[in-house]
Design a protein around this ligand. Structure first.
Ligand code: C2E
Ligand code: MG
Ligand code: MG
Length: 448
């Protein structure tokens, strides 16, 4: 067979090449899997743990862009040399992706030891690299997992190490995360919740609850925020803080959201028709161009006036794909649906966002409201937000009001709307109707 080297190749050389990374000369992904497979087989009778890990270079792409591909390759070769030099006679390191390396430590038996070894590798990789006349610096993140029992396959170990690496990356640069038994338990629990949630959504068992939003000065109810509630047969009550992120991550959020919006708009038809209904959209729904159409279909089917619907989105929701979010928001506003910016002041608040996007309303996060009475900075921040909203012509709702004194202060600063346990906790559709009958006693427009 003709090769790059122009010579004919023996079968052994061919096999070696298939297991070798041509750039660095280290083993490749196949070699890594092969080594771990063999070690698992060796440990069949002697179940001593061992560790595998994946190293990912932080910020390698910008370096490649800055110094050029040749220099990038040169750095990868230096990385490989350093890693190889750091291995003892039992251990192995291979290159498994563009800027990813995997190691195998047969004699590392504990999570602590795996962390120690990984930290050492990160340190070795963070010394400067010569690139011609210049020097470059890199950091690296590591995810590890340990083999504990014969039940684990190479694929499982690698998947756990990848999941640990993902967490390491997410928590910043230069970190090590070892996949622990607690993480395994948490992952299992998540899967249990996911399965129960899929069933519950198909069976229509997630319910909308409604929390009043009031005009702070008059205390009159002006609308309700829809909050999803789910009590599973086996798991019991599960908070939306737990199940909404799982629904997002596992692709159930669209279906869940449609179910809750349908039920919510059906319930809200019985309310006085000057009350609005507010509904939360998740970040992943702002990436899906079908979201707008799904909402409109539901409004059409339930006969709910789009002019009474408000959609709450967070800044995180705008960030992953601003162009897509902007299009969805524009589509919704065109048919008269109002759009609020939820949880303002936490997360990655960017005032620039308020110029790019048109919002009808802003909701001040309850963290500020909670400290308004005893914290001068919170007070100033709230006043600044209120002044800004006035200038931009946006309505404001302060979230999480629990005390009279907080409400008084907000009125004094000129905040128009309020929401919180002080005015009412989230309640189901029937209880909400009861609340409205009391609040609007004598008014004939609350359906009997
Ligand atoms: P959020 O949209 O910021 O909703 C306000 C949260 O604050 C609700 O929590 C509400 O019960 C709570 N809250 C309201 N007043 C007070 C108060 O005075 N004190 C305190 N301590 N808390 C108060 P909940 O219902 O647990 O919902 C949490 C989050 O889950 C919501 O935050 C929202 O982001 C999300 N969520 C809930 N339902 C849905 C849904 O149907 N779809 C989507 N995408 N997200 C939802
Ligand atoms: Mg909300
Ligand atoms: Mg909120």
């Amino acid at each position: 067979m003709q090769t790059l080297f122009g010579a004919s190749q023996t079968a052994k050389e061919g096999a070696d090449l298939a297991f070798t990374d041509p750039l660095t000369g280290l083993g490749n992904q196949r070699r890594f899997f092969d080594k771990v497979d063999r070690l698992i087989a060796d440990r069949a009778d002697d179940p001593a743990p061992f560790a595998v890990g994946i190293i990912d270079l932080d910020g390698f792409k910008p370096i490649n862009d800055l110094f050029g591909h040749e220099a990038g390759d040169d750095i990868l070769i230096q990385v490989a040399l350093r890693l190889r030099a750091a291995m003892d006679s039992h251990s192995a390191v291979t290159r498994v992706g563009a800027d990813e390396f995997a190691f195998l430590y047969p004699m590392v038996f504990s999570e602590e030891a795996a962390t120690e070894k990984s930290k050492m590798l990160i340190e070795i990789l963070s010394a400067p690299y010569d690139v011609g006349e210049r020097t470059a610096r890199l950091s690296a993140s590591v995810g590890c997992s340990l083999f504990y029992s014969g039940d684990e396959t190479t694929e499982v170990l690698v998947r756990k190490a990848e999941s640990a690496l993902y967490q390491a990356k997410r928590s910043g640069r230069g970190r090590v995360v070892v996949y622990t038994r607690e993480m395994e338990e948490a992952a299992k629990r998540m899967t249990r919740i996911e399965q129960a949630l899929r069933r519950a959504v198909s069976a229509g068992e997630v319910e909308p609850h409604f929390q009043p939003i009031v005009d702070l000065k008059t205390r009159r109810t002006i609308g309700f925020e829809t909050l999803a509630r789910w009590t599973d047969r086996d798991l019991g009550f599960v908070s939306p803080v737990v199940f909404i992120p799982i629904a997002e991550e596992r692709g159930i959020i669209g279906q869940l959201s449609q179910l809750v919006l349908r039920k919510a708009t059906e319930a809200a038809r019985a309310w006085p028709d000057d009350l609005f209904l507010s509904f939360n959209l998740s970040p992943s729904q702002l990436v899906d161009q079908n979201t707008g159409q799904h909402i409109l279909n539901i409004l059409h089917r339930t006969g709910f006036d789009p002019g009474r619907l408000e959609i709450e989105i967070t800044e995180t929701g705008l960030m992953s794909d601003p162009a897509s979010a902007e299009k969805i928001v524009a589509d919704l506003r065109r048919v008269g649906i109002r759009v609020s910016l939820d949880d303002f002041g936490t997360g990655q608040s960017s005032l620039g966002r308020l110029r790019e996007f048109q919002f009808d309303k802003l909701k001040i996060d309850r963290a500020f409201v909670a400290s308004i009475l005893d914290d001068r900075p919170s007070e100033h921040i709230i006043r600044a937000i209120l002044a800004m909203c006035e200038g931009l012509g946006m309505d404001v709702v302060a979230e999480g009001i629990e005390q009279e004194a907080q409400a008084d202060k907000l009125v004094q600063f000129g905040c128009g709307g309020g929401q919180g346990y002080l005015f009412g906790k989230p309640a189901n559709a029937d209880a909400t109707l009861g609340y409205l009958r009391d609040a609007f006693r004598g008014a004939s427009h609350v359906a009997a």
